[in-house]
Design a protein around this ligand. Structure first.
Ligand SMILES: [Zn+2]
Length: 153
């Protein structure tokens, strides 16, 4: 995957924008931005959400249970890789670790990282979309009611 640096992306983006979009882009680009140090922030976010909304029932982060950003070829915001899936994906001496992967594209959208992380943490807790979609939605509704999405949505 080609990763464009900020300067290159800005140049590219400005080339394909309408004049109106350029004015909006330049205005936003001049605003001060806070880019989290995700190497610390993502584990801290996981631990905080685990404590606040899952009663610390989810596994602590370790070498065998990770929560990381990852480039993704699709528009998925994140994915939870359980033990069976990790075993299936592991091959050629490469071990795919159990845990959560968040789409790297979200790194500039902190609130969206939190929303995606909450979603994947519900999967870690054992709720799935297939047969268990109603239960999955019930957990989201309960989290919403309890305030987990306050200021996020
Ligand atoms: Zn899901």
């Amino acid at each position: 995957m080609v990763v464009l640096g900020r300067i290159n992306y800005r140049w590219y983006a400005l080339c394909i924008m309408t004049e109106e979009q350029k004015y909006v882009y330049e205005w936003i680009d001049d605003l001060p931005t806070f880019v989290p140090d995700w190497s610390k922030e993502l584990p801290a976010m996981y631990q905080s959400l685990n404590a606040s909304w899952f009663e610390n029932a989810l596994p602590p982060l370790s070498e065998t249970f990770v929560c990381e950003f990852q480039d993704m070829p699709r528009e998925s915001a994140g994915i939870y890789i359980g033990a069976n899936h990790a075993k299936q994906l592991s091959r050629n001496g490469v071990t795919v670790r159990v845990g959560i992967r968040i789409n790297s594209k979200l790194q500039c959208l902190k609130d969206h990282v939190k929303i995606a992380l909450l979603h994947e943490m519900i999967h870690v807790r054992g709720f799935t979309h297939n047969a268990g979609e109603a239960d999955f939605q019930a957990v989201i509704a309960a989290l919403w009611k309890a305030g987990a999405y306050h200021k996020l949505l």
